[in-house]
Design a protein around this ligand. Structure first.
Ligand code: FES
Length: 87
């Protein structure tokens, strides 16, 4: 799975650096180092007022904030890799 967190200026202002940190921690916590390639992306053209844009393979998720990161991770990452996650 490839996860690309937008680090464009709009997403940067909305906390993309914190989300990168949370994603790194979640990957380590669930032992997904070999399952997820984490990358940054420039503006994906999905800037909005609610939060950061994250691409999960070919899926675009918008409006992620540090506060909603856990829900994003459960729904868009963990659920797809559940069998490969460390319990
Ligand atoms: S800066 Fe992130 S979608 Fe535009």
């Amino acid at each position: 799975m490839i996860v690309q967190i937008c680090i464009g200026s709009s997403c940067h202002i909305k906390g993309s650096a914190k989300i990168v940190e949370k994603m790194k921690n979640a990957i380590e916590l669930y032992g997904l180092e070999n399952e997820i390639t984490l990358a940054g992306s420039f503006c994906t053209g999905n800037c909005n007022r609610s939060g950061v844009t994250i691409l999960v393979d070919d899926e675009t998720v918008t409006g992620v904030t540090p506060e909603t990161f856990t829900e994003f991770f459960k729904t868009h990452v963990y659920s797809k890799l559940e069998g490969k996650c460390r319990p």
